[in-house]
Design a protein around this ligand. Structure first.
Ligand SMILES: Nc1ncnc2c1ncn2[C@@H]1O[C@H](COP(=O)(O)OP(=O)(O)OP(=O)(O)O)[C@@H](O)[C@H]1O
Ligand SMILES: [Mg+2]
Length: 250
């Protein structure tokens, strides 16, 4: 369970998060949507214990993320929006390092690494420097790195980015399995069709707050729109602008 209460964060005096609140239940996939620069990644870094908010609280499985960043890192598996991996390590070395840091018993680590490596089909890259891997392969390594300690909570910042069709499907099935096991998952994406398939509930960030929240069906009904895209454009006040820009382009 994740509770986000009234988060505020400023950069250079500009309010990025301005009273952001939402909750994610056990066994729920919560989609965090919002325009570029709306604060999704900032929120996700706070959820993962990497960044502290100026105000407000994040409680993850009863632990306050600002007060106990180390504990939160044990509970949360975080896939950042761009893979920030040690480029001069190989995936095998990285997984080994994570096993040591997270104190995963040797046999269990091997079992998990083997299963994930096989699932994402990266056997042939295990001993190649991460810096030389393709974008999608790095993303797979980043995903595996986040899952190895079997975290109760997953924070996935555009984690499907760059995955090929097969791997995206496998990852999606894996997320549904995690959901069945009761994990709480926060999932950001710009691909609304993906959000529609995967997420139980959606929260749209705009001007530092969640301005609309609910299932896709609830949002469509409430905003009297036929598609999630139209809901999104309406909520973020972008629709008129889009029409004008398209007109000008013609
Ligand atoms: N370390 C930083 N220093 C200054 N400004 C920052 C910093 N990190 C983020 N910002 C600003 O905060 C705002 C929100 O950024 P954030 O990365 O959270 O957006 P986002 O919703 O994830 O966007 P995107 O959809 O492009 O990934 C942006 O205006 C960004 O420039
Ligand atoms: Mg982002």
């Amino acid at each position: 369970m994740i509770t986000v209460e009234n988060l505020r964060k400023r950069y250079d005096g500009n309010p990025i998060l301005d009273g952001l609140s939402f909750t994610v239940k056990d066994g729920e996939i919560y989609g965090l949507l919002g325009p570029n620069g709306s604060g999704k990644s900032t929120t996700m870094k706070i959820l993962s214990g990497i960044l502290k908010p100026d105000e407000g609280n994040v409680i993850i499985e009863g632990v306050n993320a600002s007060e106990n960043q180390l504990k939160v890192k044990e509970i949360v598996g975080f896939v950042p929006e761009s893979p920030t991996l040690y480029e001069s390590l190989t995936p095998a070395e990285l997984f080994d390092f994570i096993g040591k840091v997270r104190k995963i018993p040797r046999g269990l680590l091997e079992e998990r690494v083997n299963a994930f490596v096989k699932a994402f089909g990266i056997e042939e890259y295990l001993d190649q420097f991460i810096g030389t891997l393709s974008f999608g392969t790095k993303q797979k390594v980043s995903i595996i790195a986040a899952l190895l300690h079997d975290p109760k909570v997953l924070v996935l910042d555009e984690a499907m980015n760059g995955l090929d069709v097969k791997s995206a499907r496998i990852f999606r099935e894996l997320l549904l399995e995690y959901k069945r096991k009761g994990k709480s998952i926060v999932f950001s994406t710009h691909v609304l069709q993906l959000a529609e398939i995967i997420c139980d509930r959606i929260g749209v960030i705009h001007r530092g707050k969640i301005v609309a929240e609910g299932t896709v069906e609830e949002l469509k009904k409430r905003l009297e729109e036929k598609s999630l895209e139209d809901v999104f454009l309406k909520i973020t006040e972008s629709r008129e602008e889009v029409l004008e820009i398209v007109k000008a382009l013609k």
